[in-house]
Design a protein around this ligand. Structure first.
Ligand SMILES: CC(C)(COP(=O)(O)OP(=O)(O)OC[C@H]1O[C@@H](n2cnc3c(N)ncnc32)[C@H](O)[C@@H]1OP(=O)(O)O)[C@@H](O)C(=O)NCCC(=O)NCCS
Length: 295
C-alpha cells in the first residue's frame, strides 16, 4: 500500500517528518503523554526533551520512510516515528494532539509508519495504557503482553556488588548486535552509537556469558540484553548499586523476566503493573528489558 494514499482525513494531511519538525513533535508528544497520565506539567524537563530530540532526529535521518506527521493547515496535530532494523520493525513514538484524538488520525499515521516495516517478520511496540492505542495495536495484529514497573527507594541491604562488570566501548557493539539478533531477531547497528552518546554503557563479556546495559540517569537500566539470567541479574544489580538510598523507577519488565523482579525486590523496590509490550512474530525477549523507543 502506498502510504500517501492514506494522506487525507478531512483537512488533515499526512507528510513525511523532517528534522526541523522534531522540536514541535517533542512538545506534542510531551503534551499528549502528560494529558494521558493526568499530569499538570505539560512539558518535559529540558535534558529529557533534548535527549528525545536527538533520538528522534536520528530516526528521521535514518528511517525517514517510517516517520510521518499529520498536518492541519500547517500545524502538527500528530506524528508517528518508526524504525526498521534487519527483519524487525519498531514503532518508536506515536501521539495525536488531545483535541484531535479519536478521529481516525492515529489509524492513518500508524498505517503510514507501518509501511516502512512491510515484509518484516517481527514487530515491536511499547504501549501506554491508552485504550485507543491498544485498540490500534491489536487491530494491527500485535499481541499485547502486560508489563510491570519496579519502584521505590533502593535499600542498602543485601546488594552484593557483582564481579566482571566493566564500562562498554565501541568494539563491544558487534557482539552486542549478535546478542540482540538472538533475543529479538535484529542487531541495532548505528543505534548503539546514539545510545552510547546518551547513556553510560556497562557490559559483561566473559567466556560463555555476555550482556550489556545502557543506564538511565536514575541508575536504572534503559535497555538490557544478556545471554542468561545470571548475567542479566548482575547487570541490573550493578546499575541499581549506583542508586542506594535514592528513589528509582525500573519500567519495562515482562512476565518472561522474573529475574528482574527478583533483583528489584532484593533492592527493596515495589512491583506494579503498567503498560504493555506489543509484539508480532515473536515472544517477549528474555533476559531482556526493552528500550522505550528503540525496543
Ligand atoms: C494513541 C493515539 C496516538 C491514537 O490516535 P487517535 O487519532 O486517537 O486514534 P484513532 O482515532 O485512529 O483510533 C482510536 C480508536 O480507539 C477507539 N476509541 C476512541 N475512544 C476510545 C475510548 N475511550 N476507549 C476505547 N477506545 C476508544 C476509536 O473508536 C478507534 O478505534 P476504531 O478505529 O477501531 O473505531 C492517540 O489517542 C494518543 O496520542 N494517545 C495518547 C498518547 C499515546 O498513548 N500514544 C501511544 C503510545 S503507546
Amino acid at each position: 500500500m502506498d502510504p500517501t494514499a492514506v494522506g487525507r482525513s478531512g483537512a488533515v494531511i499526512l507528510r513525511p517528518m523532517r528534522v526541523d519538525d522534531v522540536a514541535e513533535a517533542e512538545r506534542l508528544s510531551a503534551l499528549a503523554f502528560a494529558v494521558l497520565e493526568g499530569n499538570s506539567d505539560l512539558t518535559r524537563p529540558p535534558e529529557r526533551a533534548a535527549a528525545w530530540q536527538v533520538r528522534t532526529a536520528h530516526l528521521v535521518s535514518r528511517d525517514g520512510a517510517g516517520c510521518w506527521v499529520a498536518d492541519a493547515d500547517g500545524t502538527m496535530v500528530g506524528f508517528a516515528t518508526s524504525l526498521r532494523r534487519e527483519g524487525l520493525w519498531i514503532l518508536a513514538t506515536y501521539a495525536v494532539h488531545p483535541s484531535w484524538q479519536a478521529r481516525g488520525i492515529g489509524r492513518a499515521l500508524l498505517d503510514a509508519a507501518a509501511h516502512h516495516g512491510r515484509g518484516a517478520l517481527r514487530r515491536m511496540v511499547g504501549a501506554t495504557t491508552d485504550p485507543k492505542a491498544l485498540r490500534r495495536y491489536r487491530s494491527a495484529g500485535l499481541d499485547l503482553h502486560p508489563t510491570m514497573v519496579l519502584e521505590g527507594t533502593v535499600g542498602a541491604t543485601a546488594m552484593e556488588l557483582p564481579l566482571h562488570v566493566r564500562d562498554g566501548r565501541p568494539s563491544d557493539h558487534e557482539w552486542m548486535d549478535s546478542l540482540d539478533r538472538g533475543l529479538r531477531g535484529a542487531g541495532r547497528g548505528e543505534d548503539h552509537t546514539l545510545l552510547s552518546a546518551l547513556h553510560p554503557l556497562r557490559v559483561i563479556d566473559r567466556p560463555h556469558r555476555r550482556g550489556y546495559a545502557y543506564l538511565a540517569p536514575d541508575s536504572t537500566v534503559e535497555l538490557l540484553a544478556a545471554s542468561d539470567r545470571r548475567t542479566a541479574t548482575d547487570l541490573l544489580t550493578d546499575a541499581l548499586s549506583g542508586a542506594v538510598g535514592a528513589d528509582v523507577r525500573q519500567a519495562h519488565v515482562t512476565a518472561a523476566n522474573q529475574w528482574a523482579i527478583d533483583v528489584g525486590m532484593a533492592a527493596g523496590l515495589s512491583l506494579r503493573a503498567q503498560g504493555y509490550l506489543c509484539l508480532a512474530g515473536m515472544k517477549p525477549p528474555s533476559p531482556y528489558l526493552h528500550h522505550r523507543a528503540l525496543l
